[in-house]
Design a protein around this ligand. Structure first.
Ligand code: HEC
Ligand code: HEC
Ligand code: HEC
Ligand code: HEC
Length: 150
């Protein structure tokens, strides 16, 4: 009776495949960081690393101590959802030392959000700046109370 014998070329293929899978598993055990998978599909230690960084922005509440009048104004008008530092730039240093003033907000930053652009949502009021009343936005709109004029 004929006994089945694995043809040598198939046996070699199986050995090569096992070598590939095996070296993959060995490499994986060396390369995967220890905390990978602790919380999910990423390196668990990354959370600690990111949390240990100094925050870049001071946040709206940090301005309350010295500019609470502006916080109140802002909260009552159309710009209530905006952050102070979205217009004034990172102001953390200024909070610690008011002598270091934030970057001057010139008004050109208004068009970053309000220049008409089809990609913007319809609820955001948009203007075609060159057809609007003029480029000096703050002559007619108070930045902290944009629906009111100075
Ligand atoms: C410890 C007090 C203090 C804190 C906190 C503070 N400021 Fe000020 N800020 C001042 C003082 C003092 C001035 C200068 C006088 C003035 O204009 O009222 C000033 C001025 C400014 C000016 C005018 C700058 C200019 O060129 O005239 C801006 C804008 C400003 N602050 C934004 C902010 C923002 C945004 C925050 C929060 C992230 C903040 N400030 C937090 C005290 C503070
Ligand atoms: C939409 C952009 C915008 C936002 C949001 C904004 N500001 Fe301003 N802010 C300006 C502009 C522009 C000026 C300059 C006004 C001018 O030149 O007449 C200004 C002026 C100021 C000044 C100088 C004094 C004054 O009253 O004019 C301070 C202080 C200030 N902002 C603080 C704040 C704080 C605190 C917040 C957050 C609660 C904030 N701003 C939010 C645009 C903004
Ligand atoms: C970070 C984005 C952003 C910046 C910068 C910004 N705005 Fe606005 N603005 C908004 C949002 C959001 C609203 C509320 C939705 C709306 O009314 O379009 C708004 C509302 C307004 C309105 C009220 C429109 C209405 O009749 O309801 C005016 C006017 C306005 N902004 C003018 C300005 C001026 C002037 C500046 C610069 C000093 C400025 N905005 C900077 C986002 C921005
Ligand atoms: C000479 C005065 C004047 C100047 C300068 C001006 N505006 Fe206006 N803006 C108005 C008036 C008045 C309205 C009321 C609605 C209208 O007539 O379009 C208005 C309306 C708006 C609206 C609401 C539009 C809507 O669909 O309801 C936005 C947003 C706005 N302006 C942003 C700006 C920005 C950003 C600048 C600077 C590039 C600016 N404006 C400069 C007078 C002015």
């Amino acid at each position: 009776m004929h006994r089945f014998k694995l043809p040598p070329q198939i046996l070699r293929l199986i050995l090569v495949a096992m070598a590939i899978v095996g070296s993959y598993l060995v490499a994986r055990s060396f390369l995967v960081p220890p905390s990978f998978g602790e919380y999910g599909w990423y390196r668990g230690d990354a959370l600690k690393l990111i949390a240990a960084r100094d925050p870049v922005f001071a946040g709206k509440q940090a301005c309350d101590e010295c500019h609470s009048d502006i916080l109140h104004k802002l909260a009552k008008d159309a710009h209530k959802t905006l952050s102070c530092e979205g217009c004034h730039g990172v102001s953390r240093e200024h909070c610690d030392n008011p002598d270091i003033l934030p970057v001057k907000a010139t008004g050109s930053h208004c068009i970053r959000c309000h220049e008409a652009n089809l990609a913007r949502p319809a609820w955001l009021k948009q203007i075609v700046v060159k057809d609007h009343y003029g480029p000096k936005c703050t002559e007619c709109h108070l930045p902290h109370q944009p629906t009111q004029s100075p």
